[in-house]
Design a protein around this ligand. Structure first.
Ligand code: ADP
Ligand code: MG
Length: 248
C-alpha cells in the first residue's frame, strides 16, 4: 500500500517585515488510504499551515507534497483548484456556510461545480442531510441552525461529491464538549463508511483518540508520531517512507 498523502522535508517560512517565521521546519508525513489522522499541537505550532499546504491552498517554501502520487506542489492555481474539486472536501472551524443559502443549497454547492442539475443536486443534498439527522432543517438558513447543526451541514457539504480526502481544521473548536463529541463521531463515521481518508487538526488530545495515526507538531516540526490502527502498522509506513517516491 502506498500513502495517499506524502510530504517530504516540508518548509514554510513567512516573512513579517525583517523577521522570518519558520511555521513549518522540515516535516515528513505519510498518510495511508482510508486512514483517520489527527494533527495535534498547541496554538501557533504550525497545524493550520501544514493542512493548508497539504490541501494546496498555499505553496510550501520548499519540500515536496504528493497527493494520490501527484506532485501537487508543482501545480499552478488552476490545476490546484481542479484537483481540490475532484479529490478533496473541507470542514472548517467556523463552518463557512453561505449565509443566504439554505442548508440543502449549501450542501448541494460542490455538485453545482461538477455540473449536476439543480434538481438532482438538491435531492442528493436533502438525502444526506436526512441521514445526518437534519430532516427538519433542510430549508433553514445557517443563522437558523445551532453550531452543531451548522457543522453537520458543513460535513455533508464536504462529503457530498465523494472526495477521497477530507481535511478538517479544528472542526469542533467552536462547539461545546457534548456537541463536539457528536460531531467527531459523525465526521469519522462518514469518512470510514465511504473509505475516505480524513486528516483533522485539533489542539485537544482527547479528540486525537479518534485517529489511526496521531502526528504531534511542536514549533513546526513533527515531534512524535503514534500509529494506533491495527491495519496500518508502523512497518508499512516506514517502508513507504523509505521507498522512492516517483515524481510523475
Ligand atoms: N499568513 C501568515 N503570515 C505570517 N505568519 C503566519 C501566517 N500564517 C501563520 N503564521 C505564523 O506561523 C506560525 C504557525 O501558525 P499556524 O499554522 O496557524 O498554527 P496553528 O494552526 O498550529 O495554531 C505562527 O507563528 C503564526 O503566527
Ligand atoms: Mg490553526
Amino acid at each position: 500500500m502506498e500513502p495517499i498523502i506524502a510530504a517530504r522535508n516540508l518548509k514554510k517560512i513567512y516573512r513579517m517585515g525583517n523577521a522570518k517565521i519558520h511555521a513549518l521546519d522540515g516535516v515528513d508525513i505519510n498518510i495511508m488510504p482510508g486512514e483517520i489522522c489527527a494533527i495535534v499541537g498547541t496554538s501557533g505550532s504550525g497545524k493550520s499551515t501544514l493542512l493548508s499546504l497539504l490541501a494546496g491552498l498555499e505553496h510550501p517554501t520548499s519540500g515536496k507534497i504528493f497527493i494520490k502520487k501527484k506532485p501537487t506542489y508543482k501545480m499552478n492555481e488552476k490545476e490546484l483548484v481542479d484537483f481540490r474539486l475532484q479529490h478533496i472536501g473541507f470542514v472548517f472551524q467556523s463552518f463557512n456556510l453561505m449565509p443566504t443559502m439554505s442548508a440543502a443549497e449549501n450542501v448541494a454547492l460542490p455538485l453545482m461545480f461538477r455540473g449536476v442539475s439543480r434538481q438532482k443536486r438538491l435531492k442528493a443534498a436533502k438525502k444526506l442531510l436526512v441521514e445526518m439527522g437534519l430532516k427538519q432543517q433542510l430549508n433553514n438558513l445557517p443563522n437558523q441552525l445551532s453550531g452543531g447543526q451548522q457543522q453537520r451541514v458543513s460535513i455533508a457539504r464536504a462529503i457530498i461529491a465523494q472526495p477521497e480526502i477530507i481535511f478538517a481544521d479544528e472542526p469542533t473548536g467552536n462547539l461545546d464538549s457534548v456537541t463536539a463529541t457528536q460531531i467527531m463521531d459523525i465526521m469519522c463515521d462518514a469518512a470510514k463508511k465511504r473509505g475516505a481518508t480524513l486528516l483533522f487538526v485539533t489542539h485537544d488530545p482527547e479528540k486525537a483518540e479518534y485517529a489511526d495515526q496521531i502526528i504531534h507538531i511542536i514549533d513546526g516540526k513533527v515531534a512524535k508520531r503514534e500509529v494506533r490502527s491495527e491495519q496500518i502498522d508502523a512497518k508499512t509506513i516506514i517502508e513507504a517512507e523509505l521507498g522512492t517516491q516517483g515524481e510523475n
